[in-house]
Design a protein around this ligand. Sequence first.
Ligand code: SAM
Ligand code: DTB
Ligand code: SF4
Length: 319
Amino acid sequence: MTDASPRHDWTRAEIEALFALPFPELVFRAASVHRAHFAADEVQLSQLLSVKTGGCAENCGYCSQSSHFKTGLAASKLMAVDDVLAAAKRAKAGGAQRFCMGAAWRDIKERDMPQLTAMISAVKAEGLETCATLGMMTREQAQALKDAGLDYYNHNLDTSPEYYSSVVTTRTYDERLDTLAHVRAVGMSTCCGGIVGMGESRADRAGLLHALATLPEHPDSLPVNALVPIEGTPLGDSAPIDGLEFVRTIAVARIVCPKSMVRLSAGREQMSRELQALCFLAGANSIFIGDRLLTTSNPKLDNDTQLFADLGLKPMAAH
Ligand code: SAM
Ligand code: DTB
Ligand code: SF4
C-alpha cells in the first residue's frame, strides 16, 4: 500500500515506477492517498483574470502572450483596480473561492507595485482568497504583495529540468526556483505545477513531479495543465496528450504531494466529462471555473454545475 504521509526524499526511479503501475492500481493508490487527507467529494474552485495581457518578453513556447511569436493576440496595459474588483465580485458570485490575477510579465517592475498592491487589497477585502502570477520577483516585492493581502503566488516549473530549455530559453529553471524560494521565505502559499502535452517524455513528466515533490515544501496548490495549443507558437501543432497518460500524471502528483490541492487546470474544455471524472477519481481536487482562463476559453459554469451534480461533487469551503 502507498504511504499517505508527505515525503521529500522521492527518487526519480520511484516516481517513474509509479507511472509504470497498472492503471487501476495507480488510480486506486492515488484515490486512497486523496481520502487520507481530503474529503474526496470536495473540489476547490479558483477563477483567473488576465490583468495585463500580451507583449511578454519571455519566449515560452506554449504561450499566446509572448512577444516572440505572432499569435494575433492584442496586448493591453495593466487593468485599473476598479475593473479588476468588478471581475472579482462576478467570480465570487459565480462560486469562486480564490481569485487569481495573471500578468504577461517576465518580472515585476517597481513602478507597477502600487497598483498591484491596491488591486490585491481590494480583492482580499471582498472576502476572496487572493492569488497572483506576475513572473519573477524579489523577496522584497514578495513581502510587499503579502503585506497587501496576497495569499498565493503561482509560479510553475512547467516541465523537467532537462526539457525546460526545449520550451523556454529566456530564463532558467534556477530562476524559477529562486522566485519560489522568495514566496516561501515571506510565508506566502505556493501554487506551482506544470504543463503536459508539450512533446515531453514520460520521464520528463516524472522529472517535473520529482522537482515539485523534492522542494523544501510541497506546493500548496499543484496545477496540472494540458497544453492548449496556440497557433503561431512553436508548440501550436502539438498533438494532444493521451487522456490516460494525463490521468496517470494527476494520480502520481496526488501520491507524491499528498496534501497539495492538485488542480485539473488548462485544457479542461478539450476533455470529456468522463476524462474529468477519472481525474477527480485519481485525486484532482481543484479546478478553474469561469468561461475564460487567461487568454483561452474554459467550460461554461452551467456545464461545470451539471458535471458536479452528476458526479456528486461539491465546492470545498475556503481555507
Ligand atoms: N507570466 C507569468 C509566468 O509565466 O509565470 C504568469 C502567467 S503564465 C501565462 C502562467 C502559466 O500558465 C504558465 O506557467 C503555464 O504553466 C500556463 N500556460 C500558459 N500558456 C498555456 C497554454 N497554452 N496551455 C497550458 N498552460 C499554459
Ligand atoms: C496555471 O498553472 N494555469 C493557469 C494559471 N496557472 C495561471 C493559466 C492557464 C493558461 C492557459 C492559457 C491561456 O488561457 O492563455
Ligand atoms: Fe510571458 Fe508567462 Fe507567457 Fe511565459 S508564460 S510568455 S512568462 S506570460
